[in-house]
Ligand binder design. Structure first.
Ligand code: GLU
Length: 419
């Protein structure tokens, strides 16, 4: 089996879509190279007095359509190729939903569960200081991603503001509400996933009441998607997290599961018990018989080993890069439509954009307005991707990339190459 390199995956997808658009290599060559890559060594004095040095990254893939934008993840498996791929996906994500940003991503190689709160704060502050020369509200705007949250975004905002000598809320999004966060940001990615599920069901004329769902990942994205889909009347038959999965043929009570995880911090799905709920091994979630399968965890889940076993009718990608090139090919051959990550999980960055707009202007509005704007952008973008796929007889992923690449290349051509 070829070793999985997420950036090679991006390069292949970009080349194919650009060629389909009739572009010459020189038109899209810049998209195959991140504009800027930074690697930093982050010393942290641990609680026991020992000094540990962590490695962190910030990659800016593109700033052609606006400031670079993208989250920061804290995870032991972070590496430069992953961060490069994630930064490129941000460029295309922002382009496909047409918000005025380029793409970036950051990461630190660390398991934050093994750090105390104060170690985590020190790590975040020092990492922020080290990437501070290249971030800023008009330059590059971080946000939450895997294992990072509003509290951590608050530390980033404060560190950057202290270095500048004045408060700078627009440097980061996904902040706590008390320091210029936006109501609705936490649930935005999951809400966007829910809108996407409704949009795709509509196209296949499947009623919500007839739709069963399996979700891999029960963090901020998977958990929120589960909650909102359940609220809308979808039957969520299976969910999973790192500890394993839960299954119930006639539908899990998602509110009860969320209540359990909320009331018992640190407890995982394997600890949950309820009548009729079966415990299943985590990897079984991808084989669940259902209408929609939602991978909402990490990259490379649907690959040459797993894609052949998918029993869902449709895949909706809530994670970034959950399907490898080989996995994608297998799903296409099996006629299982895949709604691509850059469209489906864009809700988070769309509401990040609204937060940043509010910060830059110091004007604030109600959550209902935010959610309505999010729905509008998700529905419009889905419609454009669907129509492009139909017109060109291509997959939804190819269509999404065609739209995104066209927008970035056009902006590149108008701006030209400096000097
Ligand atoms: N980390 C999220 C993503 O992958 C959100 C990024 C942002 O809001 O800037 O889309």
């Amino acid at each position: 089996m070829a070793e999985y390199n997420p950036f090679d995956n991006v390069v292949t997808v970009v080349k194919e879509a650009a060629e389909r658009l009739g572009y010459e290599e020189s038109d899209y060559e810049t998209l195959l190279h991140p504009e800027r890559q930074m690697e930093v060594s982050i010393p942290v004095r641990m609680d026991d007095g020992e000094i540990k040095v962590f490695t962190g990254y910030r990659v800016q893939h593109s700033t052609t359509r606006g400031p670079a934008k993208g989250g920061i993840r804290f995870h032991p498996a972070v590496n430069m190729d992953e961060v490069k791929a994630l930064s490129a996906w941000m460029t295309f994500k922002c382009a496909v939903v047409n918000i005025p940003y380029g793409g970036a991503k950051g990461g630190v190689i660390v398991d934050p569960k093994k750090l105390s709160k104060s170690e985590l704060r020190h790590l975040t502050r020092r990492y922020t200081a080290m990437i501070s020369p290249i971030i800023g509200p008009n330059q590059d705007i971080p946000a939450p991603d895997v294992n990072t949250n509003p509290e951590i975004m608050g530390w980033i905002m404060d560190t950057y503001s202290m270095l500048k000598g004045h408060s700078e809320p627009g440097v980061v999004t996904g902040k706590p509400l008390a320091i210029h966060g936006i109501p609705g940001r936490m649930s935005a990615t999951g809400r966007g996933v829910m809108f996407t599920c409704k949009n795709i069901l509509d196209k296949y004329s499947i009623a919500i009441g007839d739709c069963t769902v399996a979700i891999q990942g029960f963090g901020n994205v998977g958990g929120t998607a589960a909650r909102l889909l359940y609220k809308e009347g979808f039957t969520v038959v299976a969910v999973s997290d790192v500890s394993g999965g839960l299954y119930k043929k006639d539908g899990l009570n998602i509110y009860d599961i969320l209540e359990f995880t909320k009331k018992n911090p640190g407890k995982l799905l394997e600890d949950y018990e309820a009548e009729g709920v079966e415990h299943i091994p985590g990897e079984k979630i991808l084989k669940t018989e259902c209408t929609i399968l939602i991978p909402a965890a990490m990259e490379n889940q649907l690959n040459e080993q797993t894609a052949g076993n998918v029993k869902a009718k449709i895949v909706v990608e809530a994670a970034n890069g959950p399907t490898s090139l080989e996995g994608d090919k297998i799903l296409n051959e099996r006629n299982i439509p895949v709604v691509p990550d850059i469209l489906c999980n864009a809700g988070g960055v769309v509401v990040s954009y609204l937060e940043w707009v509010q910060n830059q202007q110091a004007i604030y509005w109600e959550e209902t307005e935010t959610n309505a704007k999010l729905k509008h952008v998700m529905d419009r973008s889905f419609g454009e991707v669907w129509d492009t796929a139909q017109e060109n007889k291509v997959t939804l992923r190819e269509a999404a990339y065609m739209i995104a690449i066209k927008r970035v290349v056009e902006a590149n051509q108008i701006r030209g190459i400096w000097p």
